[in-house]
Design a protein around this ligand. Structure first.
Ligand code: GDP
Length: 280
């Protein structure tokens, strides 16, 4: 697998985030609710350290409701602040603002004890590409698209986006890189479009997805395949892929069929599906 580019980028992202950490009151990590572990950065907990840390399980509209609830419970039991979100369709950010203030409570209490009223909380969104950081920032900022300039000595070189609440957002989200040592993680990320497709062959990713669906979402796979339950059950996966390719009138172009399957999966056309479950 082509992973040579990973350490340099990872290191840069880490250094950039570490540089900004002292300016921030709360770190908001955005993950894809369909792959909550694979879409996390392996070093994020080390980097964030003791800072209040929120995890947003985003794209909840596309994820399996049962699985998201299990992930939510698991992450909460690990001591994280967690919020399920559909940033694409949901404009009500009140629950997120509330959680940010809860996470920053210690800081707010401290500032209020010094006489500040309604002190400003500064946050940064971080996450791997395509998990929805920009969408969430736009939702939080709403119509208040005002960039707050530098405050000399305090926020050197940084711009902050205002919101309707006493929360300001670092204007550029922190882009983090996922872990790659496990090939299944790479397949999950590729399946949902979070890493460049060119890293993998589409048919390898499609076969990986089909295997997972066969085991966990059999009915969805049967429906999508346009084949019988028996065929889906009995055909070896590469043959099943070919049979689907023919069924969809793509002759023997299984690459095209693979890309179609992945595209439909990403859009939620196979139903609300998680490619990753909480390990028992
Ligand atoms: P970023 O790279 O982390 O900044 O991700 P973006 O905010 O650019 O989002 C990537 C894609 O996911 C865009 O097409 C968004 O419209 C879409 N998206 C973001 N959040 C959600 C969500 O909660 N549900 C769905 N269905 N799509 C989302």
């Amino acid at each position: 697998m082509a992973i040579q580019w990973y350490p340099g980028h990872m290191n840069k992202a880490r250094v950039q985030l570490e540089d900004k950490l002292s300016l921030l009151d709360v770190i908001v990590e955005v993950v894809d609710a369909r792959i909550p572990a694979s879409s996390r950065n392996p070093l994020i907990s080390d980097i964030v350290g003791d800072k209040p840390h929120i995890i947003i399980l985003n794209k909840a509209d596309l994820a399996d409701p049962n699985e998201i609830n299990k992930w939510e419970a698991k992450l909460k039991s690990d001591g994280k602040f967690v919020l399920k979100l559909d940033a694409q369709h949901n404009t009500n950010m009140a629950p997120l603002f509330k959680l940010i203030k809860l996470a920053a409570k210690e800081r707010i209490d401290k500032l209020e004890a010094k006489g500040a009223s309604n002190p400003t909380i500064r946050i940064c969104l971080v996450g791997i590409p395509n998990c929805g950081k920009s969408t969430i920032i736009n939702r939080l900022v709403g119509r208040n698209v005002a960039i707050v300039g530098d405050r000399p000595g305090v926020t050197k070189g940084q711009s902050w986006l205002k919101t309707s609440e006493s929360v300001q957002i670092l204007d550029t989200p922190g882009i983090l890189w996922p872990k790659f040592e496990d090939q299944a993680v790479g397949f999950r990320l590729a399946a949902l479009g979070s890493i460049k497709e060119s890293v993998f062959h589409a048919d390898d990713v499609a076969l990986f997805v089909m295997e997972y669906l066969k085991e966990n979402y059999f009915k969805s796979l049967v429906k999508f395949s346009r084949l019988s339950e028996q065929s889906v059950n009995e055909l070896p996966l590469p043959e099943l892929l070919l049979a689907m390719t023919e069924k969809y009138g793509m002759r023997d172009d299984y690459e095209k069929m693979s890309l179609f399957l992945l595209n439909q999966l990403r859009k939620g056309r196979l139903g609300r599906i998680n490619l990753e479950k909480v390990e028992a």
